[in-house]
Design a protein around this ligand. Structure first.
Ligand code: GNR
Ligand code: NI
Length: 190
């Protein structure tokens, strides 16, 4: 197991379309396990392979809420095979868009088909936060971030702030200073 560095926007790798895996082999299982460990450490409730620089159609999730307790979910080549007409709005965040949150509307319920950690085809009916999260993760596999679902005005403001925060961090690191972003904000922990 290993912790992998998480890419943050704007990074060209987050805008690329990921490729399906041919099979869930030992390498893919290793990636899944490392991603789960990285997701728990972040902490987050989902993670997509391109966020750790692997342009493969692999996601992991673990939702632990009153309404939904999934346990760890590993999905290769996930596909939405059915979506409700009804949308629901959730305030989303993303480990690749640190410290920014926006309301996003998505189908309230989806049915997802995927290969599990054993390479077996599965289908899962998702609702609530799980439905939102699985759609957020599949978006990552197509180079789409939650900020691509909001106004360009708001998106560009967030991207500018992220770039500025990264430059400040790089400057502080070069000068050997601790950076303020290293202090976690518990109010907005994902
Ligand atoms: O940890 C995460 N929380 C979250 C909250 C609302 C909607 C989507 C998410 S996914 C996010 C982790 C992440 O960036 N996954 O790609
Ligand atoms: Ni994300």
């Amino acid at each position: 197991m290993a912790l992998l560095p998480i890419l943050t926007a704007p990074d060209p790798r987050l805008k690329k379309k990921s490729l399906p895996v041919a099979a869930v082999d030992a390498d893919v299982r290793q990636l899944m396990d490392d991603m789960l460990e990285t997701m728990y450490a972040a902490p987050g409730i989902g993670l997509a392979a391109p966020q750790v620089g692997a342009l493969k159609r692999v996601i992991v999730l673990d939702i632990d809420r009153e309404e939904t307790k999934t346990g760890p979910l590993f999905m290769a080549n996930p596909e939405i095979v059915e979506a409700s007409d009804e949308d629901v709005i959730y305030e989303e965040g993303c480990l690749s868009v640190p410290d920014h949150y926006s309301d996003v509307a998505r189908p309230e319920k989806v049915r997802v088909r995927y290969l599990d950690r054993d390479g077996k085809q599965q289908e899962l009916a998702c609702e609530g936060l799980l439905a939102t999260c699985v759609q957020h993760e599949i978006d990552h596999l197509d180079g789409i971030l939650f900020i691509d679902h909001i106004s360009s005005l708001k998106r560009n403001m967030i991207l500018r702030k992220l770039l500025k925060a990264r430059k400040e961090q790089e400057r502080d690191e070069a000068e050997g200073k601790p950076h303020k972003a290293d202090a976690k904000d518990p109010e907005h922990a994902l």
